[in-house]
Design a protein around this ligand. Structure first.
Ligand code: GLC
Length: 533
């Protein structure tokens, strides 16, 4: 198969991209942690699923304080995962199977074990080594108060004091010092890192904390919840313009995808102007509660904002930072990213959540633009909320003193086969325990069950590839009554999702292409259908 050679320019405008959280995907060497060898052995599974590209979460050397988002060296592979040679082989093998490769880049911060931060600690206040980060004297008579009132997004203050009395800024854990992007060394080094990986064949980068690199240099105090001094600063656009030039200087379509949680979608769209990023994740869609009006609103706003800059939308239901959507949709009311909104540990109806997740999958696959599939969502996995506390590894858990259990519950290693843990994940254990109930969720069990989530994703992804109406383009809304979300796409495609309490009749059609659940006569509650019209 040489799908890569055949693909039209702008593949990313409609791509289905599968997120591999490496630690939890597949373990090739039996140490209980996923790795590159494990991924290589499962590439055929991904090819059969029908995705266009893989996004690998960070694979760089890291003390793993934040699951690899604390990078010690941007030009190597962590020995836990494999070697640089294996990474290159993985990229080449994926390409040969028609799958593109996007990797994570983490430009906002590094690990405290990164050589530059070690150099900064060893150097004196005011030295060039310290200027690559945000070192500042403290406030108060003896400097024992942090330089400002910013909070870490993982809980606690965003500043940590070093023995000589200065403080350094970290928007995440204290082991993730923020780079100072006003410093030319940082800019030059990251441009070199982009080239390093483009030279090794990667098709693009997912940019971690893409909205946060540039800080207001005055480092002013901020009101609670106000992120303006360290998010969406105007200076970012110039950085991404220079990155875009690098991406465009390589053959093939190399892409830049931003992770940004901005409150205003039209602000986010400004990063998608022609000479900046190619795409950005749509998190408003991710947190949208199960309600037809709210979904229509977020889809409409997204399409409008993206149209203004002629960029494709990038739909996403789950990732390694949020409660898995089977669980979110199995709870009544709004559920969001903030801990208070996650309703952790409250009752959840997994059957309901699964039914809705199936309908949401068909919605996402039918919308104009590209989409992301987070590993395990195609198996219908749910959040594991009752992990033993002593096994939790997310720094959010420790930094909030156990108030927020963190994100480990969506990072439990995947079940591949068999009846007992580790369910074919590897030959050893698993770094987080899998529930016994995943016996019926394995890829092996689902492959032979026509009613499984896996078969739904496979069918949806295949049809999406075949039907000219799907992928990039536009949509027209259809009014089919209260609580019914429906639209058409040309040529000849209609989507209907029934959020209401009663079954609704199907609009006129030639053929039922795919449904998320049984449909006889009418479309039942929480069910979606694809029609040929
Ligand atoms: C992003 C990542 C998240 C990480 C954080 C800090 O939000 O998705 O997993 O903890 O950045 O790098």
């Amino acid at each position: 198969m040489t799908a890569l050679g055949q693909s039209a320019a702008g593949w990313w405008r409609s791509a289905a991209i599968y997120q591999v959280y490496i630690r939890s995907f597949a373990d090739g060497n039996g140490d209980g942690v996923g790795d590159l060898a494990g991924i290589r052995a499962r590439l055929d599974y991904l090819a059969e699923l029908g995705i266009d590209a893989i996004w690998f979460t960070p694979w760089y050397p890291s003390p793993m304080d934040d699951g690899g988002y604390d990078v010690a060296d941007f030009r190597e592979i962590d020995p836990l995962f494999g070697t640089l040679a294996e990474a290159q082989d993985l990229i080449a093998t994926a390409h040969a199977k028609g799958i593109r490769v996007i990797i994570d880049i983490v430009p906002n911060h590094c690990s405290d074990e990164h050589r530059w931060f070690q150099d900064a600690l060893a150097a004196a206040p005011g030295s060039p080594e310290r200027q690559r980060f945000w070192f500042r004297p403290g406030r108060g008579p003896d400097g024992s108060e942090p330089p400002n009132n910013w909070k870490s997004r993982f809980g606690g203050p965003a500043w940590t004091r070093v023995p000589d009395g200065e403080w350094y800024l970290h928007l995440y854990s204290s082991r993730q010092p923020d780079f100072n992007w006003d410093n030319q060394d940082i800019r030059a080094d990251f441009e070199d890192v982009l080239r390093f990986w483009f030279d090794r064949g990667v098709d693009g980068f997912r940019i971690d904390v893409a909205d946060g690199l540039v800080k207001d240099p005055r480092l002013p105090d901020a009101d609670p919840g106000d992120e303006t001094p360290f998010s969406d600063q105007e200076g970012l656009h110039e950085i991404y313009r220079s990155w875009r030039k690098i991406a465009d200087s390589y053959p093939g379509d190399r892409v830049l995808v931003g992770e940004m949680w901005l409150p205003d979608m039209s602000r986010a769209a400004r990063y998608l102007r022609r000479d900046e990023l190619h795409a950005a994740f749509n998190f408003d869609f991710l947190v949208c509660p199960w309600d037809s009006t709210r979904f229509r609103d977020v889809i409409e706003r997204t399409l409008l904002a993206h149209e203004e800059v002629d960029a494709p939308a990038a739909w996403v239901l789950s990732n390694h930072d949020v409660t898995r959507h089977v669980t979110r949709y199995g709870r009544e009311g709004d559920t969001g990213f903030a801990f208070a909104d996650r309703l952790h540990g409250t009752p959840v109806d997994l059957e309901l959540g699964t039914r809705r997740a199936r309908a949401a999958a068909l919605l996402t696959l039918a919308l104009p633009g590209g989409l992301y599939v987070y590993q395990g969502e195609e198996l219908g996995l749910w959040e594991i909320e009752d992990l033993p506390d002593e096994l939790r590894q997310d720094p959010v858990w420790t930094r909030t003193n156990g108030a927020d259990p963190g994100r480990d519950g969506c990072r439990v290693p995947l079940p591949w086969s068999g009846d007992t843990p580790p369910f074919g994940f590897g030959t050893g254990g698993t770094w987080l325990p899998q529930p016994a109930e995943w016996r019926s969720s394995t890829a092996e069990a689902q492959a032979v069950d026509p009613a499984s989530m896996l078969r739904l994703y496979r069918a949806g992804l295949r049809l999406r590839e075949e039907l000219p109406a799907l992928g990039d383009g536009g949509l027209e809304w259809l009014s089919l009554g209260d609580g019914v979300l429906a639209f058409t796409r040309e040529p000849g495609f209609t989507f209907v999702l029934n959020f209401s309490d009663t079954a609704v009749p199907l609009p006129p059609h030639h053929e039922v292409l795919l449904t998320s659940g049984p449909v006889d006569g009418g479309l039942p509650t929480d069910t979606a259908v694809w029609l040929r019209t």
